[in-house]
Write a protein that binds this ligand. Structure first.
Ligand SMILES: [Zn+2]
Ligand SMILES: [Zn+2]
Ligand SMILES: [Zn+2]
Ligand SMILES: [Zn+2]
Ligand SMILES: [Zn+2]
Ligand SMILES: [Zn+2]
Ligand SMILES: [Zn+2]
Length: 312
């Protein structure tokens, strides 16, 4: 199958070559990227299990070669989704000897869990994780967000705060909350626990975007004035030195997309001008430790303004 055959008719949104959808929920699938002439959702690529070397371990999607993407797309053409039955399923359950595969936009409907944090693991309905906390809702317990009753136990669709064990939520309700609050503001509305709460949500496959809450000015972080402003490349090439940078072009300072505490002008690290997202060596390496705790794999500092990966 060539990507020409797959291209959407003129005037319509191009479809993702992995999940085959043009209008999938971008809160779950992420932005559509155009790399090497292929169109794919950011998260469909991150979760694709058959990359020889996962892109999350190599500092992002822009380091993918065109042949790697071609391979993923052609393998996807042979693999059907266990949920909708259509081809193009690139996500596999990570349990050994389980060969269930599915599309990212189909995951929730099939009760599959995709963990939106390094190392981007996915689970089928039979092997998905459960919340470890021991808790059972009192009869008549309501979801703290929509005030409708929850199920009578912890399930895929009924989640509980692991800290207070008294706050219960529907999966969709807490997912909506997480999208608004973002990584730095998500907390249990009842007991205000953030750490354990966030970790459980990520384990259960809730997407918590790495961005400031939607109710705050997106530029507020920039204005705080403590944004990292230095080139940390092993060899700085800028004539003006490590403390200087330009507004755009090869000497624009890119900050690490994970920690925002390291920076490099494109030219000092050999990055092409179209690259708008970069990860420092320390963060790129963090994703590889097999036994590392979930929390360690997550960015620890607040972000500066996120730049879109989209090129047009
Ligand atoms: Zn997709
Ligand atoms: Zn599907
Ligand atoms: Zn499985
Ligand atoms: Zn609810
Ligand atoms: Zn709580
Ligand atoms: Zn430099
Ligand atoms: Zn970093």
């Amino acid at each position: 199958m060539s990507h020409r055959e797959q291209a959407a008719p003129r005037g319509r949104e191009p479809a993702c070559l992995l999940c085959r959808q043009s209008d999938a929920d971008s809160d779950i699938c992420g932005e559509k990227l155009f790399i090497h002439g292929f169109c794919a959702h950011e998260n469909c690529l991150f979760f694709a299990n058959n990359f020889p070397d996962r892109p999350v371990h190599r500092g992002g999607l822009w380091c993918l070669h065109s042949w790697e993407i071609r391979d993923v797309v052609s393998q996807a053409a042979e693999q059907s989704c266990s949920i909708c039955g259509q081809i193009g399923a690139t996500i596999y359950c990570c349990r050994r000897h389980c060969d269930v595969s599915f599309h990212l936009p189909c995951a929730k409907q099939g009760g599959c869990v995709t963990q939106f944090c390094r190392p981007f693991r996915a689970f089928c309905a039979a092997h998905r994780p459960e919340q470890a906390v021991e808790a059972t809702p009192e009869p008549g317990t309501e979801c703290l967000i929509c005030m409708e009753p929850v199920e009578d136990r912890k399930t895929f669709n009924t989640l509980v705060c692991p800290a207070c064990k008294s706050a219960w939520f529907h999966r969709d309700c807490i997912q909506g909350q997480a999208l608004h609050a973002g990584y730095f503001s998500i907390q249990c509305p009842l007991c205000r626990n953030d750490d354990a709460f966030r970790k459980d949500l990520l384990t259960m496959g809730i997407r918590i975007p790495f961005r400031p809450p939607t109710w705050e000015d997106f530029n507020a972080f920039d204005e705080l004035g403590d944004r990292h402003r230095r080139c940390d490349a092993s060899e700085c090439l800028f004539p003006g030195g490590r403390q200087e940078a330009e507004e755009e072009g090869p000497w624009e300072l890119l900050l690490c997309s994970s920690c925002a505490a390291e920076g490099t002008p494109r030219h000092c690290s050999g990055l092409r001008d179209i690259i708008t997202s970069w990860e420092c060596d320390g963060c790129a390496v963090l994703g590889t430790g097999p036994g590392a705790a979930l929390t360690l794999l997550l960015p620890l500092q607040r972000p500066v303004k996120t730049q879109s990966l989209l090129i047009s």
